[in-house]
Design a protein around this ligand. Sequence first.
Ligand code: FMN
Length: 182
Amino acid sequence: MERKICENVIKERHSTRSFSGEEVSMADVMEILEAGRLAPSAKNRQPWAFYVLSNEEKENVVNMFIKRLEEHNTEATGFASARIMKEASKVVLVFMDDKNEYDRTTDLLSVGACIENMLLRATELDVSSLWVYDVCVVADELKEIAKASGRLVSAVILGKSNTDSKRAIKKELKDVIINKNI
Ligand SMILES: Cc1cc2nc3c(=O)[nH]c(=O)nc-3n(C[C@H](O)[C@H](O)[C@H](O)COP(=O)(O)O)c2cc1C
């Protein structure tokens, strides 16, 4: 029975890029962060820390992000993320401990596992999500705002979906298995 629930959530999870503005409760956000906390990590270092942006603080961050994009005339994807952050209810900033340079790759993999746990739990709670990296152009400013000790590596945008999102096309299983006879 447990396995079935997991399978459905994995299939249901997808990136959402249009949000209704409807609130996601802090109780749900805490459940999502809890799922991240429980993720596997190399040497059990748990190299992550979270900071939740909402309301006015989120608005201010979005405006600062747009200003930076305009100054640097960067690609359009950043502007799209800014618009999505504006529409969504919450943005979780994900920081990674960066003291241990030697283990940077395994720490990044661990943070990836942590974020995927969050996305799956969000799906289970009927909260739509988008994993974004492009907000890292304002990593230094966000580190300062969050008073974080680590480096910003991603953000998870959370909200209620507006429309049925177009699903990304995935490679077939046969195209990603290298074995010839399996
Ligand atoms: C490390 C990482 C960074 C990502 N950064 C962005 C981003 O900056 N902007 C964005 O719109 N989507 C971003 N995505 C979402 C991917 O575009 C998305 O997962 C992919 O197109 C597959 O679609 P799906 O999530 O619906 O399966 C990112 C995903 C990952 C794993």
